[in-house]
Design a protein around this ligand. Structure first.
Ligand code: 2IT
Length: 445
């Protein structure tokens, strides 16, 4: 495989799609060696077929705001790859959403979903709609208008969306409600639904819980334990909440959370009612964390800064892509961070990852660490298909097993001769091999 040639061709076809090209480059660099050991892959042009989405749906979303004014947004669904199962992946509502971001997310999702071992292909969707400051009624009307543009492409065996940034249980409920009305079927074509209409127990917690199970495995691999560790978390949404909840339950101390306005340092730890307060902060819809330091005076608010300047044992980026850059990584390493587990998708820039790998700091990528979210979505699909509901313990046990298994796959493909585990390489190779083999088995299509 000539990586430079493939990337140059992609760049010429999709100029300026920097997040997408970044995600593709990372995977290609990791799988180059195994790919070259399989001439049949090259013959079938597996890489060229895998880096291009199967299909992209783009649509106008028109809705009326509370002042009676007509608003227009763009909606997208990137159906990336369905070699392993129906298209599956979240919907993101954020002002920054564009095709490059959704293509990178759909590409990553394909390998992540393969790692879960459940039958799910990869997809991602969303809109440049910003939920910040919108009323409940505006959110509902937007969700309904979004589904009007997308519903024909969805279905439990076709494409199953869920939440992501800006889309939680409330938005999934509104979207699924409109979808159900249009197809006249209660078929579970969304995951992350409310518990009263087909949702799975533990799905809200799953991304954060799964991430901490993965961190436990990483620590156990080096004969260590999470008890007493200090943890820096970024973000304050659903993922940061679940991670903080489980880290605290396991005996670690989470000392930071963050928002677009800056970060909070709480030396006493974000625990107990403070974890619930994150949910309250999120529900205000203002997208700021500053009020935490007013409510809890032991905490300090650092406006416009990121938590990676604090000395901690474990760093858990839980906010968004490229939130840890080279300089942040250098600060973390200088302060002796023991491990960095990305819970956000592609949370670290390539420069940050290089800094971790060169200093032999343990680093694991989002597609492994955060796979518990979509894995539990897969479990929700199973429950819907069987028309039953598992207990929280059943779902949590399965999630635990899945995360352990992903860790084992990463070690299998990522262990280097000196014993250092390159989790990025391990996750990318394991995910790639499964997707490649599934595509090979289904012919040239
Ligand atoms: O990035 C992700 O894996 C998600 N936003 C969850 C996707 C899903 O289908 O549950």
């Amino acid at each position: 495989m000539d990586i430079n040639n493939i990337l140059a061709n992609l760049e010429a076809k999709h100029p300026g799609e920097k997040e997408y090209l970044q995600a593709v480059k990372e995977v290609l660099l990791c799988v180059e060696d195994v790919y070259n050991q399989h001439p049949e892959f090259e013959k079938a042009r597996i890489i060229e077929r895998m880096v291009e989405p199967d299909r992209i749906v783009t649509f106008r979303v028109t809705w009326v705001d509370d002042r009676g004014e007509v608003q227009n947004n763009i909606g997208y669904r990137v159906q990336f790859n369905n070699a392993i199962g129906p298209y599956k992946g979240g919907i993101r509502f954020h002002a920054s959403v564009n095709l490059s971001i959704l293509k990178f997310l759909g590409f990553e999702q394909t390998f992540k979903n393969a790692l879960t071992t459940l039958p799910m292909g990869g997809a991602k969707g969303g809109s440049d709609f910003s939920p910040r400051g919108k009323s409940e009624a505006e959110i509902m009307r937007f969700c309904q208008a979004f589904i009007l543009g997308l519903w024909k492409n969805l279905g439990p065996d076709r494409d199953v969306p869920a939440g992501d940034i800006g889309v939680g249980g409330r938005e999934v409920g509104y979207m699924y409600g409109m979808y159900k009305r249009l197809v006249n079927e209660h078929n579970g074509a969304f995951t992350g639904k409310g518990l009263d209409f087909g949702g799975s127990l533990i799905r809200p917690e799953a991304t954060g819980f799964g991430a901490l199970y993965f961190v436990q495995s990483m620590l156990a691999e080096k004969g260590d334990d999470i008890k007493g560790k200090t943890v820096a978390v970024s973000g304050f949404g659903n993922v940061a909440w679940g991670a903080t909840l489980k880290a605290t339950e396991l005996g670690a101390k989470v000392v930071t959370i963050s928002g677009p306005d800056g970060y909070i340092y709480d030396p006493e730890g974000v625990s107990g009612e403070k974890i619930d307060y994150m949910l309250y902060l999120r529900a205000t819809g203002e997208d700021i964390v500053a009020p935490y330091a007013e409510k809890y005076p032991e905490a300090t608010f650092y406006p416009g800064r990121k938590p990676w300047e604090q000395k901690v044992d474990i760093a858990l980026p839980c906010a968004t892509q490229n939130e840890v850059d080279g300089e942040d990584a250098r600060k973390l390493v200088e302060n002796g961070v023991e491990m960095v587990a990305e819970v956000s998708n592609m949370g670290c820039t390539p420069e940050a990852i290089d800094t971790f790998l060169q200093s032999k700091t343990i680093y694991a990528p989002g597609k492994a660490v955060n796979a518990g979210g979509v894995a539990t979505s897969g479990l929700e699909m199973s429950q819907n298909a069987m028309h039953l509901q598992w207990t929280a313990e059943e779902v949590d046990d399965k999630l635990h097993q899945i995360m352990k298994n992903i860790h084992t796959q990463c070690v299998k493909y990522g262990k280097e001769p000196d014993g250092y585990i390159n989790y990025m390489k391990g996750a990318n190779i394991a995910g790639f091999m499964k997707v490649a083999n599934a595509m090979m088995g289904q012919g040239i299509i």
